[in-house]
Design a protein around this ligand. Structure first.
Ligand code: ADP
Ligand code: MG
Length: 353
C-alpha cells in the first residue's frame, strides 16, 4: 500500500508504545492494579497487522522506555500508542504529552482528551453540556458528602476513574441509604478516589465502534452486550477476562443502531476524540440510549477485545481495522500534503535526533 505522499507505508517506521501487564506483575503489582494493561499477544497482533500493511515497526514499551529512547536519540515517523499508564489521573495522557513535546505524531487521542475521558464525571459534564443524554449524577469525594443531595434510587456506584470493570460488581447497584453509605465507604477506601453516583440505567447495553476524525468520523458497528447472568454478578475485572462464558455479543442494525451510532458520534465530537475508540451506552427506563463512558484507548486484542469483535461482526478483519485506524491518523496528521513523513519530521522537529 502506498500513501499519496511518497515514500509510502513500507518506509514508515512506526514505534509501538504499550504497558505490558506481565512486566508490572513481575514488579509486584497486583492483578487488579494491572487489569487494564496489555498482553504480549496484543502487541504481537498489532505488529503483525502493521507489517502486513507494509509498515516497519519497533517496540518501544512504556512511558519511561519512551523517554529513555528519545533522550538516546531514537525517532519514529509515527507512534502507535496504547499506553494505559498506571499512576495518577493523567496516566493515559502521559505518552501523548511526551510525544507532543518531541513533535512526534501518534495514533489515537491527545493528552487533553485522554485526561478528560479517564475521569468519568468530568467527561459526563462535557457530554451533558453538548446536549447528549447521560444519567444524572453526583460525586462522593469523602464521607462528608454522604448526606448531600443525590439522584433517586436505584443508583449505580463506581470509582470515577477506573476501567476494565474495576470497582464494579454486585455491590454497584444500590437501592437503599444503608447500601449507599456502605458501598461509598468501601469504594472510597479501596480505590482512593471519588465515587461516581449515577442513576441506574435498567435497559439494554450497547457499545459503538468509531473510526475517523471530523467529517470523516464514522461508525464501524454497533454491538449489544448481553450478560448471561445478572450483570452485577459477573461484571468484575477478573470475570471480564473470561467474558466468553458470561457475555454474548450481538450485531445491532436498524433504528436502534442509528440512534446509538448518532449518540456515539456526538460524544466523539464533544470529547475531541481521535482516530478510533468505543462509546458505551445503555437504555434508560424510556428505552432511549444514554451515554455511560467513552474509551479513547479501546482494547485491541485481536481475539477478545470489544472493538476488534465489533469490527469483525461488520465485515472488517483485524488487519483492516488497524488499516482504518492508521488511515484516519495519517489523514489527520499529514492531510493530503505531498511532504514525505520524513521531511516533515525534519522540518518541524525542535529536537535534533
Ligand atoms: N449508570 C449505570 N447504570 C447501569 N449500569 C451501568 C451504569 N454505569 C455502568 N454500568 C454497567 O457497568 C459496566 C461498566 O461501566 P463502565 O463505566 O463502562 O466501566 P469500565 O470503564 O470499567 O468499562 C457497564 O458496561 C454497564 O454494564
Ligand atoms: Mg465500559
Amino acid at each position: 500500500m502506498v500513501f499519496p505522499w511518497s515514500p509510502g507505508a513500507n518506509e514508515m517506521k512506526i514505534g509501538l508504545t504499550y504497558d505490558l501487564r506481565s512486566e508490572y506483575l513481575s514488579l509486584g503489582y497486583s492483578e487488579e492494579d494491572t487489569a487494564e494493561l496489555d498482553k504480549t499477544e496484543t502487541i504481537e497482533g498489532i505488529e503483525k497487522a502493521l507489517h502486513s500493511l507494509g509498515y516497519q515497526t519497533e517496540r518501544i514499551g512504556n512511558a519511561r522506555s519512551l523517554m529513555m529512547r528519545l533522550l538516546n536519540g531514537k525517532r519514529w515517523d509515527l507512534v502507535f500508542n496504547i499506553c494505559e499508564g498506571i499512576f495518577g489521573d493523567g496516566r493515559e495522557s502521559l505518552v501523548p504529552a511526551i510525544l507532543d513535546d518531541w513533535q512526534i505524531p501518534y495514533v489515537f487521542s491527545g493528552a487533553a482528551t485522554m485526561a478528560l475521558t479517564l475521569n468519568k464525571a468530568l467527561c459526563k459534564r462535557v457530554v451533558r453540556d453538548a446536549g447528549i443524554p447521560t444519567p444524572d449524577f453526583c460525586l462522593v469525594r469523602s464521607l462528608h458528602d454522604l448526606d448531600k443531595p443525590k439522584p433517586a434510587f436505584p443508583l449505580f456506584l463506581k470509582p470515577v476513574m477506573e476501567g476494565s470493570g474495576k470497582g464494579i460488581g454486585e455491590h454497584s447497584l444500590i437501592w437503599t441509604e444503608e447500601e449507599f453509605s456502605r458501598v461509598c465507604r468501601h469504594l472510597l477506601q479501596r480505590y482512593d478516589q471519588p465515587v461516581l453516583v449515577e442513576t441506574y440505567l435498567p435497559g439494554r447495553e450497547f457499545t459503538v465502534g468509531i473510526c475517523g476524525n471530523g467529517p470523516d468520523a464514522r461508525v464501524i458497528g454497533v454491538m449489544e452486550v448481553v450478560f448471561n447472568k445478572a450483570v452485577m454478578e459477573i461484571y468484575s475485572y477478573e470475570n471480564k477476562q473470561n467474558y466468553k462464558e458470561v457475555v454474548e455479543y450481538h450485531k445491532v442494525e436498524g433504528e436502534m443502531a442509528e440512534k446509538c451510532g448518532l449518540l456515539a458520534l456526538q460524544v466523539w465530537d464533544a470529547t475531541g476524540s481521535r482516530d478510533s475508540g468505543r462509546v458505551d451506552m445503555k437504555l434508560n427506563d424510556r428505552g432511549q440510549p444514554e451515554f455511560i463512558e467513552i474509551n479513547p484507548l479501546a482494547g485491541l486484542n485481536f481475539k477478545d477485545s470489544d472493538l476488534p469483535i465489533l469490527a469483525r461482526m461488520n465485515g472488517m478483519n483485524f488487519t483492516q481495522l488497524i488499516d482504518a485506524i492508521m488511515q484516519a491518523a495519517l489523514k489527520r496528521i499529514f492531510g493530503s500534503e505531498t511532504h514525505t513523513v520524513m521531511m516533515r519530521n525534519e522540518q518541524y522537529s525542535y529536537y535534533p535526533a
